[in-house]
Design a protein around this ligand. Structure first.
Ligand SMILES: NC(=O)c1ccc[n+]([C@@H]2O[C@H](COP(=O)([O-])OP(=O)(O)OC[C@H]3O[C@@H](n4cnc5c(N)ncnc54)[C@H](O)[C@@H]3O)[C@@H](O)[C@H]2O)c1
Length: 339
């Protein structure tokens, strides 16, 4: 299936189908120099498949993990293209999760002021969320995604078959983002997840529905001036928890927890069983020192603004309210959920 993302001159298609990776040579023009970027945790055959179709392939494997979203790795990619004599007509293909996609996309946006970028996401999180929308970035000075660019891919190829090799906890972390989107934007999708005996049984439909939500949001608000903020539902407190947990919890797990303080009581009561079914955490106990750490991180968050934080609240599935909350108000909500 093809899903079109309409962004004027930056429009592109998402190809979502099982087996798409093996047809990559038909789906994108690889008859040129192609830098294929992957990481050390992604099974090597995925990037090798892409490289096998390229006229001239240059494969770069970065170390797996968030630590690779830095200037050193960015420089490695730029140097590879320069050394290989890439021109503006050549291309970059990311084969991996959000780390590879964000980094390779940023490198593509910079090299000669922009070369064609293709994203082949291989985690559920990147398939439902990070691979579309054009946000690319590296982390800097302890701040996540603080240096980056909006740079839309030329095409996104999503092959759910690659999820077979992904660790179950990573799959669940991606499901958190899909649940997040259903809660703000699609009551029917939330009900589908709520009523499913096995929430992962029809993962292709979950991916498609999440992509349609993200597509709509990005088409309405490419550069996050308004509606796109709803994608941050669960992220304000979630980022705080992620920092406080220092790597013990995945991003998606923190988003799952971060949604709880931002829901009405009724929505929370329905959300908790869905998170549990997905294998995501539903509880966290913060003592006063841990709460302080969470709140310090929330106050450092780049989305913090004078007068409070634009928080996304969900009072009923499929709807949202964007409301400026002061730090004490966020602390109170966090306390009610976790202290
Ligand atoms: N650009 C955006 O709009 C956006 C949105 C959300 C998140 N992000 C970013 O995405 C990143 C997180 O992405 P992620 O959750 O995909 O993590 P990730 O890229 O670190 O991948 C998670 C792990 O899974 C491994 N892996 C990937 N695909 C695999 C496969 N098919 N089989 C086996 N192992 C596989 C990787 O090696 C890695 O160890 C963060 O840096 C976050 O900031 C960006």
């Amino acid at each position: 299936m093809t899903i079109h993302v309409e962004l004027g001159v930056s429009s592109y298609d998402i190809e979502l189908s099982r087996g798409a990776l093996s047809r990559v040579g038909e789906l994108i023009n690889l008859n040129r120099k192609v830098m294929v970027v992957t990481d050390s945790g992604v099974p090597t055959e995925y990037a090798d498949t892409v490289a096998s179709f390229a006229k001239e392939a240059f494969k770069v494997v970065i170390p797996q993990g968030e630590e690779s979203k830095n200037f050193d790795c960015l420089q490695t990619l730029l140097a590879e293209m320069l050394d290989a004599g890439f021109t503006r007509k050549d291309a970059v293909v990311a084969v991996g999760g959000g780390v590879v996609g964000d980094l390779a996309g940023f490198a593509a946006s910079m090299y000669m002021r922009g070369v064609d970028f293709y994203n082949i996401p291989t985690t559920l999180l990147s398939q439902v969320d990070s691979s579309i929308g054009g946000k690319t970035a590296v982390d800097f000075h302890g701040y996540k995604n603080v240096i980056g660019a909006f740079y839309q891919p030329k095409k996104v190829i999503i092959d759910p078959n690659v999820l077979a090799t992904l660790d179950k906890r990573q799959v669940a972390a991606g499901m958190a983002e899909a649940i997040k989107m259903s809660l703000t934007s699609d009551a029917e999708m939330f009900a589908m997840l709520e009523n499913a005996d096995d929430i992962y049984a029809d993962i292709d439909t979950v991916i498609e529905k999440a992509l349609r939500i993200k597509k709509y949001v990005v088409e309405c608000d490419e550069k996050e001036a308004g509606l796109r903020k709803i994608l941050n539902f669960g992220h304000t407190v979630g980022h705080g928890i992620e920092t406080q947990q220092a790597g013990a919890l995945y991003h998606g797990e923190c988003v799952a927890l971060g949604m709880l303080p931002m829901c009405s009581d009724e929505v929370r009561a329905r959300l908790i069983p869905v998170l549990a079914k997905a294998g995501l955490p539903t509880e966290l106990v913060l003592d006063s020192a841990a709460l302080r750490e969470v709140m310090t991180a929330v106050s450092h968050d780049k989305k913090s603004a004078v007068g409070g934080v634009d928080a996304v609240l969900v009072h009923a599935p499929g709807s949202f309210e964007i409301k400026k909350l002061s730090l004490p108000e966020i602390e109170e909500k966090t306390k009610q959920s976790f202290c």
